[in-house]
Ligand binder design. Structure first.
Ligand SMILES: Cc1cc2nc3c(=O)[nH]c(=O)nc-3n(C[C@H](O)[C@H](O)[C@H](O)COP(=O)(O)OP(=O)(O)OC[C@H]3O[C@@H](n4cnc5c(N)ncnc54)[C@H](O)[C@@H]3O)c2cc1C
Length: 507
């Protein structure tokens, strides 16, 4: 039986993929689509990470979707609440039935004769005794990747001298053992990023003591959990209004803070350090919270209600700024000669950057290296037809950008349908020059060099990391701009019939 190719395949059922499906359902109700998810559950990041205290460091008024208000009391949410929020979004939009779990896309090949993507998918199947994988093919006209930006299999994990000598447990936060008991244990958390500053205070609930061991400090800011303005507005206004007001306010505040930090690095540094000092015990050595770089050269960390500072003040947690010499039987020896006793070492050393969920991408069978391409409006890629990818902000909440990208893709799909075009491809017609993806020095951005696409020196290839500019470009800008080439394959009638006859699942 001949089966129509799907109009759109979304890969990934995380915040981005579920958001994509909700936008499609609303703005392109006639499109036939499916969500292919490699894992057995939705939520992506917010389902994978299970370490103690796992939470967002953005407020949910901006990390939430623009179409679904965040109604919980706390603005900073834990992993479970975010999972529930994403699940509800899928159910409310009625797109949960479109998710095909256990479907890992391993390859995508663009066929320019038929203007379709051919996806090679490994489907996990259960038998009574074992998990069996079968390979099948799925065709679609537009491929939309909500595959996130890191490797799900392994986190970034440097090797330390003498690891084998250590008699305790070494755990990476990406692979937290279920129901792991750390009661009464001495814990060392290696790292200074968002995960380390979350874990250190969270583990003081049961651990004897937690030491956060960092090579270099990070800026850490206190973010109050309860927002009196939200609570006040909720008494008099409907939830959707409150969400809109607070979302707009928070977008404005975080943008102003970012701009201020970039324009006045010395003044903003002084201010952050002054606020930090106030929350630490008298005489505390500020070297642990005084980075050598300016605010927003790397991402800032936030701690809800200053929980890290409280744990330090209460003597339950401490910070060491030093280099590791080696692991010993009973802990870690530092370059300064000091030894840190530990029963458990947590390596909060980061993520391994990986785009497109490690699938192989080809155009008519020719390998496609996305790291050589420019990102078109932060939506598609130079020279690559009918491929969209969701990549959120690095200086604000991911979903703010994701929503804009997805609205834009819906407008693009509708335009293509109205104008009868089967394919569109971004072309560098205005001589934009390749530039690095983002102007940040964070370790994971540095490690991503050679794996992520470039931005261009001018519109529409420039990534502004600015919500207002992106809103103007993506929500209100023309979709048929001169840098997008629209067409349909010439021999479409013939090739489509051929493909439709064979494009049902093979294998
Ligand atoms: C610990 C942590 C905390 C964070 N906190 C914040 C924060 O506070 N604010 C913020 O803005 N951002 C934060 N981020 C970034 C966060 O990843 C994004 O906010 C957002 O969750 C990304 O959603 P996503 O759906 O694009 O990707 P992911 O959440 O990574 O989901 C990708 C999905 O795609 C699936 N997938 C991948 N490849 C394939 C394939 N080949 N075939 C099939 N399925 C595939 C995966 O299984 C997964 O379900 C955080 C990240 C981490 C790791």
């Amino acid at each position: 039986m001949a089966v129509e190719p799907l109009d759109v395949v979304i890969i990934g059922a995380g915040l981005s993929g579920i958001g994509a499906a909700c936008h499609l359902k609303k703005h392109c109700p006639n499109k036939r689509f499916a969500i292919l998810e490699g894992r057995d559950s939705l939520g992506g990041t917010w389902d994978l990470f299970r370490y103690p205290g796992i939470r967002s460091d953005s407020d949910m008024y901006t990390l939430g979707y623009n179409f679904k208000p965040w109604t919980k009391a706390k603005g900073i949410a834990d992993g479970e609440d975010i999972r529930t929020y994403v699940t509800e979004a899928a159910q409310e939009a009625g797109i949960d039935s479109k998710i095909r779990y256990g479907h890992k896309v391993v390859a995508a090949d663009w066929n320019s004769e038929t203007a379709q993507w051919q996806l090679t998918v490994e489907e996990k199947g259960e038998t009574k005794t074992k998990t069996k994988t079968k390979t099948k093919t799925i065709m679609c006209r537009f491929l939309l990747c909500g595959t996130g930006y890191y490797n799900y299999e392994e986190g970034y994990r440097p090797q330390f001298v003498g690891e084998d000598n250590f008699t305790g447990d070494i755990i990476h936060p990406q692979k937290w053992p279920e129901n792991y008991d750390y009661s009464g244990k001495k814990v060392v958390v290696i790292g200074s990023g968002a995960t380390a500053v979350t874990l250190a205070p969270a583990m003081t609930d049961k651990a004897e003591h937690v030491t956060m061991l960092q090579r270099s400090p990070t800026y850490v800011m206190n973010l109050p959990q309860d927002d009196p303005v939200v609570n006040g507005l909720r008494k008099i206004l409907p939830e959707t209004w409150v969400y809109r007001i607070i979302r707009t306010r928070n977008i404005g505040i975080s943008w102003l803070i970012y701009k201020y930090c970039r324009a006045f690095p010395n003044a903003s540094r002084k201010l952050i350090l002054k606020l930090t000092k106030k929350q630490l015990p008298e005489g505390y050595d500020m070297k642990h919270f005084s980075p050598s770089y300016a605010p927003w050269d790397e991402r800032l960390c936030v701690v809800p209600d200053g929980d890290l500072f409280t744990a330090i003040t209460d003597g339950k947690a401490s910070v060491e700024t030093d280099h590791i010499d080696c692991f010993t039987e009973k802990g870690i020896k530092l370059k300064s000669g000091k030894e840190l006793g530990a029963d458990i070492i947590v390596t909060a050393t980061g993520l391994n950057i990986q785009l497109f969920g490690n699938m192989s991408l080809t155009l008519d069978g020719e390998p496609l290296d996305i790291s050589e391409k420019m990102y078109y409006r932060g939506v598609m890629f130079e020279g690559v037809p009918n491929l969209g990818m969701v990549f959120g902000y690095t200086n604000a909440s991911w979903t703010l950008k994701a929503d804009l990208i997805l609205e834009h893709i819906c407008r693009l799909l509708n335009y293509m349908e109205d104008s009868g075009h089967k394919q569109c491809v971004p072309v560098n017609v205005n001589g934009a020059v390749h530039e690095p993806f983002v102007d940040m020095q964070s370790g994971y951005i540095q490690r991503a060099e050679g794996k992520i696409p470039h931005q261009g020196s001018k519109k529409p290839w420039k990534l502004y990391q600015n919500y207002v500019m992106d809103m103007i470009s993506l929500r209100f800008g023309k979709v048929n701009d001169p840098s997008l080439e629209f067409s349909s394959p010439k021999n479409r009638a013939k090739t489509e019939t051929q493909v439709e006859a064979r494009e049902e699942v093979v294998g």
